[in-house]
Write a protein that binds this ligand. Structure first.
Ligand SMILES: *Cc1c(COP(=O)(O)O)cnc(C)c1O
Length: 228
């Protein structure tokens, strides 16, 4: 199927749901991304700062860019001016920097941030425990921040095809979302996103309450890392 057909397919699949599609463009050149854009898609995700900055410059500016990969504090400055959402916030230190840079750039809109929760049992995955996220939200530093807005949680499940395991991890993220919602965001409509599910497991994630699936190869085809 073409990229356009893939976008239309996901549009159809998600239309009856509250879930949105983040089209993950990592490793793919702008000409390929433009095909998804021309099919009407406006929500894209990248996992590396440099690639994101390059693509932002070359593509139309009505795209909402989400950073979905690990973000080092010293790189926030490169994306703070234009980024819509940083899905991979995993420490208070990082959030402090994001807030600071958003203020410096005098943005009219705050930077949307999602707390990345570690739900997989692979030690290499980034993210906080739900308890660490709660601790972050309790700090006075967080409460004073005016240039960021926390819109939800994000998680990356274990790379497995065991459905029960995936379900259990997605449920864990949903429970964390519910807990944070009840404790910190009652009556705050900004906090509404559960970003989970990728090409191999998005259907399961959707069944478990995902509001944002992040799909790369399922739209753009397999990634060729040797190109870079
Ligand atoms: C690459 C990536 C995806 C998309 O992966 P696919 O398997 O190609 O759909 C989703 N989320 C994150 C954080 C990624 O880095």
């Amino acid at each position: 199927m073409s990229i356009q057909e893939n976008i239309l397919y996901f549009d159809e699949q998600l239309r009856p749901t509250p879930c949105r599609l983040v089209a993950v463009t990592k490793t793919h050149p702008v000409e390929v991304i433009k095909e998804a854009y021309d099919a009407g898609h406006r929500l894209f995700g990248e996992n590396k700062v440099q690639e994101l900055v390059d693509k932002y410059a070359l593509l139309p500016h009505d795209i909402a860019w989400h950073l979905i990969g690990h973000l080092q504090t010293n790189k926030v400055k490169y994306i703070a001016e234009f980024i819509d959402t940083i899905q991979s916030v995993d420490s208070l230190k990082l959030l402090v920097e994001i807030n600071k840079r958003a203020e410096m750039y005098g943005r009219t809109l705050p930077i949307n941030c999602m707390l990345q929760i570690n739900i997989a049992d692979e030690v290499t995955k980034y993210g906080m425990t739900c308890e660490e996220a709660e601790a972050l939200l309790q700090t006075e530093e967080y409460r004073q921040m005016q240039y960021i807005r926390i819109t939800g949680v994000m998680g990356i499940a274990t790379n497995t095809d065991e459905e029960q395991k995936l379900r259990q991890e997605f449920q864990q993220l949903r429970h964390c979302f519910n807990r944070l919602k009840e404790t910190f965001f009652m009556g705050n409509d900004d906090f509404k996103e559960i970003s989970m599910g990728m090409t191999s497991d998005w259907r399961i994630a959707l069944e478990e309450g995902s509001t944002m699936i992040r799909v790369g190869s399922g739209i753009f085809g397999a990634r060729d890392y040797s190109r870079k």
